[in-house]
Design a protein around this ligand. Structure first.
Ligand code: PRX
Length: 542
């Protein structure tokens, strides 16, 4: 199949997911079944997707975008999310996606850092962009997906631009290393980093969509991930459409009944979702599931957080299905380690490496560890979907590699049969419901609240979300804790960063433990929270 996908060295993702699919005889095949939150459905064939993305490539070209410029989508799930993303890639514009619930600081840290030239959004999100617009001087165009008329020379109507653009577009030859997608991801220190990918990633997204997710043009596939997240692009756009599958995309939020209705009504055969969603489904009365006919469903896959064995046992009992866990990251671009049909599942394990991927368990000093020893989960560089660099941050990129290994930031061990078992993160990044949250980003937002003197943010275990965001806060005298203040702080973080970064728990303390150089000792806070030993405290300055 791979041989037939790539021809004449054309690696352009936008082209391969649309024009190439039409050439392969799928022009009238349904590429996307769009189901809106209110249940309204609309089908898009590969020809439709090709035409719409061609038009959008022309829109960007007509506005003066050139290859290598940066463009972002800042949309909830809507059909335009997909056609604009693919159109932008066709024009060789570097394309980023943003979660629709990002606040103004989160937008600035990404769109501003990338020096993006354009963004497409909704009228109701415009105010978030406008509040930081003067700090993003490179941003020339805001396109409003629901704007009927141009508002000003730089706030433009998508409808008008699309009406004026031709549906014919000849995608320029795109060698494999041409930059493609820019996804921001959180680290434990500093601002979030832009993970830059190249069009070659499609090779691995295609291979894993086929070999791990078992996608073929005959399947009906639903990936619940938001497009603001790498899963939503690698496996909600690129992998599946490069294979020619029919994808269901749903504009509604999580709702057990609505989701199962969708699985039944659309006859979904392959479903890719996440542990938090599965744990939420587990809380429902099992009788709910007996009302739905899921006989067409073949496989369920999961990603983003540890998949606890209880979820697998529940799914076997209640849904009569296994759940196949998959492990990867924004930086890896595609699935690296996975369970898959035909392979014995060891509940709690992430599975075996994907063909061509070489993971290793490595000590901090870069030595491979023997047996079942726990250590850093590393990868031998060179897999096709490997990221190119961190945007404007070559130094941090280089720090990710040591002794010939890429350090993922996770810790794990490998059992005697080669299965990998996730242990945790080797840094302070918080994984809440599959979203990576930087404690630094939350601490910075907290410090903007007048009453807050200092803060330290940690991730603490949570039955549903895997981890919850917990903030230790000390107040500036004479301020004292009140419910109103807590609400004010919560709202501030939600508006500035995002709702998922908003602390679930706030603990008001007199001071925050710091080391002699003033660094917040999150390890001490975590130990205090968990009631465990904080280890060596000799550098502590309190
Ligand atoms: O810590 C691991 C966790 O999510 C991190 C990657 O997050 P992100 O770059 O946002 O990409 C998410 C979508 C692939 C990893 O470093 N993670 C991801 N999958 C798993 C996981 N932790 C445990 N088990 C998994 N299957």
């Amino acid at each position: 199949m791979l041989e037939t996908l790539i021809e004449n060295e054309q690696y352009n993702i936008g082209y391969l997911c649309t024009t190439r699919q039409c050439e392969l005889g799928r022009a009238e095949h349904t590429a996307m079944r769009w189901v809106a939150a209110d249940g309204e459905r609309k089908d898009f064939t590969y020809r439709d997707l090709d035409g719409l993305s061609n038009r959008f490539a022309n829109v960007l070209k007509n506005l003066g975008f050139s290859p290598g410029d940066v463009f972002f989508t800042f949309l909830p799930k809507t059909p335009e999310q997909f056609s604009t993303f693919l159109g932008s890639l066709k024009a060789q514009v570097i394309t980023g996606t943003l979660f629709s619930n990002f606040g103004e600081e989160a937008i600035l840290d990404r769109v501003g850092d990338a020096k993006a030239k354009g963004i497409i959004t909704k009228k109701s999100y415009l105010k978030k962009i406008n509040r930081v617009r003067d700090r993003m001087p490179a941003l020339q165009y805001v396109i409003l997906v629901d704007g009927e008329e141009h508002q000003s020379p730089d706030v433009l109507s998508y409808t008008q631009l699309m009406d004026a653009a031709s549906p014919e577009f000849s995608t320029p030859p795109t060698p494999p290393d041409t930059p493609s997608i820019l996804h921001y991801t959180s680290g434990s220190t500093g601002k979030s980093k832009g993970v830059l990918h190249a069009h070659r990633s499609v090779l691995m997204q295609h291979q894993t969509a086929r070999d791990i997710l078992q996608l073929t043009p005959e399947e009906i596939y639903w990936c619940t991930a938001d497009q603001g997240w790498v899963t939503g692009t690698s496996y909600g756009i690129i992998g599946p459409w490069s294979v020619g599958v029919t994808q269901v995309h749903y504009g509604g939020q999580y709702d057990a009944q609505a989701w199962f209705h969708l699985l039944e009504q659309e006859g979904v055969t392959i479903w890719y979702t996440a542990p938090t969603a599965l744990r939420m489904l587990m809380r429902e009365d099992p009788a709910l599931y007996r009302r739905f006919d899921l006989s067409r469903l073949k496989y369920i896959f999961s990603v983003g957080e540890p998949l606890n064995p209880e979820v697998i046992h529940w799914a076997r009992k209640v849904l009569h299905h296994d759940i196949y866990d998959t492990w990867w990251q924004t930086e890896t671009g595609a699935i690296m380690i996975a369970n898959r049909p035909g392979l014995e599942i060891r509940p709690g394990s992430m599975g075996l490496p994907v063909a061509g991927v070489e993971p290793a368990i490595v000590s901090d000093s870069g030595e491979m560890l023997p047996g079942k020893e726990q250590g850093n989960l590393c990868l031998k560089p060179g897999w096709p979907s490997m990221f190119v660099t961190y945007w404007n941050n070559e130094e941090v990129y280089r720090q990710k590699f040591r002794n010939g290994f890429y350090f993922s930031g996770d810790t794990a061990y490998r059992d005697e049969d080669g299965y990998y078992w996730f242990m945790g993160r080797s840094d302070d990044v918080i994984n809440t419901a599959g979203h990576l949250v930087s404690p630094f980003e939350v601490e910075s937002a907290l410090l903007e609240v007048d009453e807050v003197a200092e803060s330290g943010v940690i991730g603490a275990p949570d039955d549903l979300l895997f981890e919850k965001v917990v903030a230790f806060i000390s107040l500036r005298p004479p301020f004292e804790y009140s419910r109103e203040l807590e609400l004010k702080i919560r709202l501030h973080v939600s508006n500035k960063v995002s709702s998922f970064a908003t602390p679930q728990e706030m603990i008001f303390v007199d001071s925050i433990p710091k080391n002699k150089s003033g660094k917040i000792m999150r390890r001490v806070l975590k130990a205090r929270y968990l009631g465990t030993d904080a280890g060596d405290l000799s550098t502590l300055d309190i």
